[in-house]
Design a protein around this ligand. Sequence first.
Ligand code: FMN
Length: 334
Amino acid sequence: LPNYDLSSCPGAISSLMDKAADALGARGVNVPLLYGGSGSGCSARANIADFERYRIVPSYIHENVEPILSTRILGKQVGTPLMIAPMSGLALSVNPKIMQLFAEAAREAGAILLLGCPLPLDVVRECAKIHDKVAWIVKPEKNGKTVERVREAERAGCFAVGVDVDCSRGVDIAGHVICQEWNSLGENEIGRLAHETALPFIVKGVLAVEDAVSAIDAGASAIYVSNHGGRVMDYNPSPFSVLSEICSVANGNVEILVDGGFKSGWDVFKGLALGARGVAVGRAALASVATHAEAQFGARAVFNIINGELSRVMGQLGIQRVSGIERKFVRQVV
Ligand SMILES: Cc1cc2nc3c(=O)[nH]c(=O)nc-3n(C[C@H](O)[C@H](O)[C@H](O)COP(=O)(O)O)c2cc1C
């Protein structure tokens, strides 16, 4: 592929993320604003640290299998359970076309691309034109315009829409509080939004069982377990650590998506084993900026690397399909 040299990448996403931070810092980008967390940074750190508390229990004696990553999420056949999380603001700070480039890479991987808010409607339209698996996570707006955004997502060609409920007082990070213009949403308002659209409706930002119950009662199609990457509140539990209890409440009636600190195929495997249908990467997708051809080819590298790792662990454990990644393969050790 022209301008695409995966051999120039060291492989692991974490080291690519370090390279990307250096490259962005050299361009004058405020890297802590992208990579950092609220307050002491506990939530963001826990997102990563908690993966160590769960270990993969291998069973090596089995027939050889060729793993298949394709699965179904929100009614769509997808090429991988790996998704890109909604991230707004990157067009301004990283690359003006980054969402369109993500859309192209997601199309090639058959993966879902989630878009964030605020984001110009034109960008949403362009991404949905590029790729048929684009979902828009809109914000609860103070002026009641959220319903309008849901309609815009439909008209733009998104296959799903949702709202993030965890950012009503803005992002509080690296000494800045930004994006404070949003509202809290009650169960009735979420219900109205969910029933306003025929598209699958996602409620993003759930960490507590009570919120999972409210989202289900409101008619959500999917609960997206997330602490916004630790960017909105200090001392949250990691989404990964609450995943099992949220999945128990959902009891298979709604799909569970998750993000927060996922950076490798092993992390994704554990998220799937604890019951998630899809796992999104946020900052890990910024590793794409570390490759010399930047976001499109780089995002392709992100999919290739993490999917490759997931496929290898499935192969080692004799799991052919994503649906075969069960709870028994993961053990909590501390
Ligand atoms: C730069 C940046 C912008 C973000 N913008 C949004 C957004 O617009 N809407 C949203 O729901 N979440 C947003 N998030 C949170 C991500 O969707 C996701 O929950 C989080 O980044 C996952 O953690 P990870 O970065 O450790 O993978 C943003 C995150 C980052 C890093």
